[in-house]
Write a protein that binds this ligand. Sequence first.
Ligand code: ATP
Ligand code: MG
Length: 420
Amino acid sequence: MEILLIDKPQDTAWRFSMKDELDLHGYKKIAIMGGTFDPIHYGHLITARAVRERLGIERVVFMPTGNPPHKQGGTVTDAHARYDMTRLAADGEPGFAVSRIETDREGMSYTLDTVNQLSSMCDKKCKIYFIIGADALSEITDWYRPKELMRLCRIIAVTRPGTKLRELKDRALYLKNNYGAHIRLIEVPAVDISSTDIRNRVFAGMSISFLTPPAVCSYIEKNGLYKSDDGFDDIRKKLYLSLTPKRFLHTRGVAEEAKKLAAVYGCDPDKAYLAGLLHDCAKDLGRQRSAELCKKYSVELDRVLKTQPDLIHSFLGAVLAQKEYGVNDEDIINAIRYHTTGRPDMSVLEKIIYLADFFEPSRKSFDGMERIRSLAYEDTDAAMDFSLNHTIDYNSKKNRLIHPLSLRAAEFYKNKNKGG
Ligand code: ATP
Ligand code: MG
């Protein structure tokens, strides 16, 4: 996957010096809090303080991750900007420090190396802890040499809103028995804030005050992080308020991927972007609201839609895009309407939205995803042929009725690719 460092501030005179000013001598208990911190927020800060107070830790060292190495990608803000924001948030709080060990490291970065490096900066007798949220703890066994890591430092597993304590305890026991981990579970005040939500809010043109310290808010604003100046803020704000955070992120991914595909196929990039933004606008309404709106706008439910309500959002979304989001372009409306089922002989824009939905960057990887991505950039008809078959197979295995539009589309693109 191509690495995309988004939102690198134009002004590369970073706020803080490039020198690691960390002095960790003389301490007996140090805790590392690792994270992307894109950006840091009050959830991180309150957690760090609670752990410090509870366990008598002298320094919590925030450790923002570095830039992902080439091709390890995702969309992460430049490491220096994340370091700066973490410093702005931590400065002045007794017992907090920030390390640039990972910020400055090039290539692959492993927590094991970081902990080793940090412990070489501490006194011999210093105990090193690693603070980790319940969500990240579930992935720790996939990290580099997890056994060594868990032998090297004590783990402090903290709750996050939504954490099931029973599951966290079971996980801790499993890591203790199988990895020799020393784990303390700490319940911290529930602060339902995530960096993802902060990025979503800025992207939607909404306020982020009370989510992260004012100095971080100002830094984000000054450097134009996470936002987009394209005149679609009103639409994004409405979408933010009606979609789940995960869907909002997906929507953004489809919009941006659609824009890239549009550039390749000479399609209007703004139209592609808008269609991507709105393609799932009816997806998170809930059964009842969806039924009410179908009735209100006379959206007819055929036999398949009645048994598979998940498909309704495309047809209802096309209507909502017009009635509630004020979009009247027929090609955009059709791209929304047919983004789940497809149909024979689709327009370029319809194909772009249909395809981008499969492989936008936040979508979890599945067998065939890379194939669809590369075909989409080479030949949209071949990509349609492949992805329609993929979807039909997938849904048939789940004993779902296949929508007649998809069957007809699959036939159409099969023939087209045979040169028919
Ligand atoms: P993103 O939404 O981008 O994943 P995030 O809010 O989860 O960001 P990270 O930088 O991924 O923040 O998290 C760093 C560490 O802090 C992780 O161990 C994570 O579990 C923990 N953490 C993040 N937010 C909270 C919170 N609100 N309460 C407790 N722990 C948190
Ligand atoms: Mg996270």
